[in-house]
Design a protein around this ligand. Structure first.
Ligand SMILES: [Zn+2]
Length: 387
């Protein structure tokens, strides 16, 4: 027997638009469908909008997802920035905040900003936290998606094993809100979902590589983030390309692709502080910086050629600071990927820079939470809880 959550799913995916279509599609009785639909309307998940054309008689009203009643709070934490947003259940931002903040400040200070930003976003829009159905965060490290703990990050000293979910939940002191799901995700994985959602929804497989201070990757397969058995999928920055090298990588090894081709590595070679400085040099037309950036793109492209050959993605997206180098980094990637892969595996491959720029993480996190909140099992649990 179909649950209310599954009925919502049929409406969301466009399989059924009216009560009559639901009855025909599911084979359930009129009274059962009416009960499911009424509960979904009452709980604010769907509403009736307009009328469908029909073959005579009274035209039936169209059932549509109501994205406006429920809210999502999300935060995107980078090495040197933090962004927070309040969105509706279609991942549309209602309000957003941004600040430059180093994640090295540690979890207490950063999470305190997140909690305060969430409250300000609610205040600014005149919304109440009882309307919040899901919360999400993405950050530049490996996370255990289930427990919401940071497994390991070379950029985030002091965050290891930090209970991020508890830190967020502190602001929701009302017992009735303890059930609000809180999802924590790695930034490159969230960015991959954001880019897929914004521009590449017709492709079944997307690979995103983020090159800023470090290097990370995210994979979206059939509209879902692919995490791997240890949530370690996408950790390509520490693939070792050389057995020996003068430099020690942030991971402690030598010869990692990150220590050769990351924004940090390029900055060091050019006598600069950070990957942002590299972007500024390239945008100013500095020939040495441009040559170094293209070379780094070719180096990372060697690893990406392997990834492309394994996955056969429809699109490879370059995101992070190096996406802003006027395509120079991208050009290097293109050269290596096409030269080192079979034409057959790259025939339908598009290689592009990020469409959302610095907003891909926050959009992807909002989409991830929205999909979770609207999943049949979450909807049924919420209906049972609020009954
Ligand atoms: Zn390394």
């Amino acid at each position: 027997m179909l649950t209310a959550g599954q009925v919502l799913q049929l409406i969301r995916e466009g399989s059924c638009r009216t009560r009559k279509e639901l009855i025909e599609f599911t084979g359930l009785s009129r009274s059962t469908i009416t009960e499911r639909v009424d509960r979904l309307i009452e709980a604010g998940y769907i509403h009736e909008s307009g009328v469908a054309s029909s073959g005579g008689g009274r035209p039936p009203s169209v059932l549509d997802v109501d994205s406006t009643r429920h809210l999502v709070l999300v935060a995107d934490l980078g090495a040197s920035h933090a962004r927070a947003a309040l969105t509706d259940l279609a991942a549309r931002p209602l309000a957003e905040e941004y600040t430059e903040m180093r994640i090295e400040l540690g979890p207490d200070r950063v999470m305190s900003w997140v909690r305060q930003a969430f409250q300000r976003l609610l205040d600014r829009t005149g919304r109440d936290k009882t309307q919040v159905r899901g919360i999400g965060l993405d950050l530049p490290g490996s996370v255990d998606h289930t427990s919401g703990r940071v497994i390991r990050s070379f950029l985030m000293p002091g965050w290891d094993d930090h209970p991020i979910k508890d830190a967020v939940r502190e602001m929701f002191d009302a017992p009735a809100l303890e059930a609000v799901p809180i999802l924590v995700e790695n930034d490159a994985k969230a960015m991959a979902l954001g880019e897929w959602w914004a521009r590449w929804r017709e492709t079944r497989s997307l690979l995103l590589v983020k090159v800023s201070t470090g290097i990370g990757a995210g994979i979206v397969l059939d509209g879902r983030i692919y995490r791997g058995v240890d949530e370690a999928a996408g950790n390509i920055g520490h693939v070792r390309l050389r057995e020996t090298d003068d430099r020690v990588c942030t991971c402690g090894s030598r010869g990692c692709v990150a220590s050769l081709a990351s924004g940090n590595a390029i900055a060091t070679d050019l006598g600069q502080e950070s990957s942002r400085d590299v972007v500024r040099l390239v945008q100013a037309g500095d020939p040495t910086a441009i040559a170094r950036v293209q070379e780094a793109g070719r180096t990372l492209g060697v690893v990406l050629a392997t990834a492309v050959s394994l996955l056969n993605p429809g699109v490879l997206v370059l995101a992070g600071d190096m996406a802003e180098t006027r395509e120079h980094y991208l050009t290097g990637i293109r050269e290596s990927v096409y030269r080192r892969s079979l034409p057959y595996t790259t025939r339908n491959l598009e290689i592009a820079t990020s469409a959302l720029g610095e907003r891909s993480g926050i959009v992807g996190t909002a989409v991830m939470v929205m999909e979770h909140v609207l999943a049949p099992e979450t909807v049924d649990a919420e209906l049972a809880r609020s009954a």
